[in-house]
Design a binder for this molecule. Structure first.
Ligand code: ZN
Ligand code: ZN
Ligand code: FE
Length: 719
């Protein structure tokens, strides 16, 4: 509610202080306490306690709760409450689905997908009782009146939850893949300890090498397989229940993490998950999005059966419709902060509070890992993670979600912001909306948006040294940018420096085949002076292909220029032999990071003359590989240290010239824990104030917030 909660008390000051002190401690976990304001007033003596009904003001309700993991009280009741014994949809005002089932405002049962279920008299009496834990819990239901699960397995149908759970346990135990309808969409599930099951799932899902997320039975099971520190534990058990990236301790099936050294772990968050783990023999199941390769997670039952027929052996559905599709969110603890890598279930549609006005701004995001964002007053509401806008299904999900989100928040755009790239689907959609609403459109440079995004969430409104290490983004010179040192405020930026431009032989093909980037860098710095075929990773490439790529580079055919930091990581990863060919986005940099097993302060040499040049670094790396036979771990550590040193060096140059001592570190590369922690530490030691992306992703999922921040400044909304 806009006005929050008003409490009238009649007491002395110390009682009042105790009362206000208890509020944050006892508040429901998913509540957001922004401030507690106390004002004195004359009151007649109170002698009782009442909650005044009907006190919902007609002022607009703007905040909608994200979906909340089932609470402990409900879990306990699943064992004791006669009406809800083993009821897999048990929920209360403190827990249960929210965003995924809401169809309109105000948030009331008829405006949710629960409207199809008529409350029984028992549920109704709880719902109406102001002192009950289920008072106005919109999705409340019980075994008599609520939604139900259903299992279809080779022509047979199971309806009782005990039968379903028992059957699933047998299926999972025998290596089968089960499609399971969840809160925000379908999951595919199999035994995370069975090599065969995991490989089978990977093959059938056409998912080359990307790691799978894993749901563990409980915290102890997570600890058996992963290293968990205090902050990671806090995220794992939080009501948002995200996937938390953890360092592997013991191996699940090798195919789960595919040698990456990290596991995406989560704990059960639906009552059904808890019931399931009571029966499952395995302590961990793969729980990955129910979709084919890169399409959106499926929410429709019929579509799931049709499209996942070749992937899943059986289907577990339920008859509560999912209205708003949400993937599992992903977080990683970096430098003592929570970095959000994918922001969806449990986070959306909570706003990011801003120190400036963004009312009426619709920001459309970039091309990959897309999110959009709407502005209401001084709050930004990022939409759920959409994905890469490179297939029709994802583009449909995108436009549909914008429609639903704007409808839900009763939002009509007054200003549109999008990326500078003319060919992103989001940029083209921006032009369509610009005409449709006849409103202004602001195009924001990609890396400026990255920096502004981080600034906005931290309330920074000054000139900063913006370090954006990223994959690709359209530059104002028409080239692909991606390792940017900007002197920026929320309105404009100056490009202080960047990495050397390097040709990408074959364009996007060079992203999928990092060895091409390694060759391109080496050729740029050393020309024909090297015997390339003698260098290990190149010797393994077929002669024809190698010659073809070499010719492209020599003759500058189909070799667009890039200075993306991601490509430099790719090149080093390929050169060390870790990842000459990538099976998924960012595989090469991720493997390079996870190769670091040692501790060293050493870094490689580089030069700064206009741009940052890595010829000396590559010479030293070649020397480490070919002459000194250095370990991949050492080379990787030295390379990462070099990046941290460059960041410090460039920040000092900016401070020198522009008297700026605030550094913003963002862009997809900063999901790299080693790098972000190293760079932040170096900068802090050199007396910089350092800011990183926390409430929205450092990757392109955070772009829409940044676009909004820049558009707000440019339009004079927050002047
Ligand atoms: Zn509950
Ligand atoms: Zn009921
Ligand atoms: Fe980016």
């Amino acid at each position: 509610m806009n006005n929050g909660v008003v409490v009238n008390t009649d007491c002395d000051r110390s009682t009042l202080d105790r009362f206000t002190g208890e509020i944050p401690r006892l508040a429901p976990p998913a509540s957001r306490i922004k401030s507690i304001d106390v004002t004195g007033k004359e009151f007649p003596g109170f002698n009782g306690f009442r909650i005044v009904t009907g006190s919902r003001s007609d002022s607009q309700v703007t905040e909608i709760s994200p979906d909340i993991a089932v609470c402990d009280e409900c879990l306990a009741e699943m064992a004791t409450d006669g009406f809800r014994i083993d009821y897999p949809f048990i929920n209360c005002t403190n827990c249960g689905p929210r965003f995924s089932i809401i169809t309109g405002m105000p948030y009331d049962r008829p405006a949710t997908t629960m409207k199809e279920f008529k409350m029984c008299s028992r549920c109704r009496s709880e719902y109406d009782n102001i002192l009950d834990r289920r008072f106005h819990a919109q999705p409340t239901a019980c075994n008599n009146c609520g939604p139900r699960y259903l299992l279809k397995n080779s022509g047979k149908i199971f309806t009782g939850v005990a039968d379903i759970v028992g059957e699933i346990s047998v299926l999972i135990g025998s290596g089968k893949v089960v499609a399971l309808k969840g809160i925000g969409g379908y999951h595919l599930m199999c035994d995370a300890l069975s090599e065969e099951a995991v490989e089978g799932l990977r093959g059938r899902k056409h998912r080359d090498a990307k790691p799978f997320a894993v749901m563990f039975r409980d915290l102890n099971a997570v600890r058996d397989y992963c290293f968990v520190d205090r902050l990671e534990e806090r995220e794992l058990v939080s009501w948002r229940r995200p996937i938390v990236l953890l360092r592997c301790k013991r191996h699940l099936a090798a195919g789960v993490s595919n040698g990456l050294g990290t596991t995406g772990a989560m704990l059960p968050y639906m009552p059904f998950h808890h019931l399931l783990f009571r029966e499952l023999k395995t302590p961990a199941v793969v729980l990955t999005s129910g979709n084919l390769s890169d399409e959106p997670i499926i929410i429709d039952d019929a579509e799931a059966e049709e499209r996942l027929m070749s992937v899943a052996d059986s289907f577990v559905s339920h008859n509560r419709r999912i209205h708003n599709r949400t993937d599992d969110s992903v977080v990683r603890i970096i430098g003592g902060n929570t970095a959000i890598i994918r922001r969806s279930r449990g986070y959306v549609p909570h706003p990011v509070d801003l120190g400036f006005n963004v009312d009426g701004i619709l920001a459309l995001g970039a091309g990959q890992k897309n999110t959009f964002c709407i502005g209401k007053g001084f709050q930004a509401f990022p939409g759920q993670y959409i994905g890469d806008l490179d297939n029709a299904a994802t583009c449909d999900f995108y436009t549909e979600s914008i429609d639903r989100f704007t409808g839900l928040f009763n939002f009509s755009p007054a200003l549109i912001a999008c990326d500078l790239h003319p060919d992103y689907f989001s940029s083209r959609y921006a032009s369509i909306l610009e005409k449709k609403y006849n409103i202004p459109l602001v195009r924001v440079q990609h890396h400026h948006a990255h920096i502004a995004s981080c600034m906005a969430e931290h309330g920074l409104d000054e000139r900063v040294a913006g370090v954006c290490l990223d994959g690709t983004g359209f530059g104002t010179d028409g080239h692909t940018w991606g390792a940017e040192f900007l002197v920026a405020d929320r309105k404009e930026f100056l490009r202080f420096g960047h990495f050397d431009y390097v040709p990408m032989p074959g364009g996007d093909k060079a992203v999928a085949e990092p060895w091409r980037m390694a060759l391109s860098y080496l050729y740029m710095y050393f020309g024909d002076t090297l015997n390339y075929r003698d260098i290990e990773p190149f010797s393994k490439i077929s002669g024809n292909e190698f010659m073809l790529v070499m010719e492209m580079i020599r003759k500058k055919i189909n070799t667009p220029l890039t200075c993306g930091a991601g490509r430099l990581f790719d090149a080093v990863s390929a050169l060390t032999g870790i990842c000459p060919e990538a099976g998924f986005d960012s595989e090469a940099p991720m493997r390079l990071e996870s190769a670091i097993k040692c501790c060293t302060e050493k870094h490689y040499p580089y030069r700064v003359n206009g741009s940052v040049s890595f010829g000396d670094m590559f010479e030293a790396i070649l020397n480490d590989i070919m002459v000194r036979n250095a370990s991949v771990s050492l080379i990787s550590a030295k390379f990462h240290n070099t990046m941290a040193q460059v960041i410090l060096d460039m920040s000092e140059r900016i401070r020198e010239e522009h008297s700026v001592d605030v550094v913003v570190l963002t862009g997809g590369v900063f999901q790299n824990k080693y790098l972000l922690e190293r760079a932040s530490e170096k900068l802090r030691k050199a007396n910089f104030r350092v800011y990183t992306s926390n409430q929205v992703p450092a990757n392109d999922g955070g772009i829409s917030l940044g676009q909004m921040a820049v558009a707000s400044k440019l339009s004079g909304l927050c002047a």
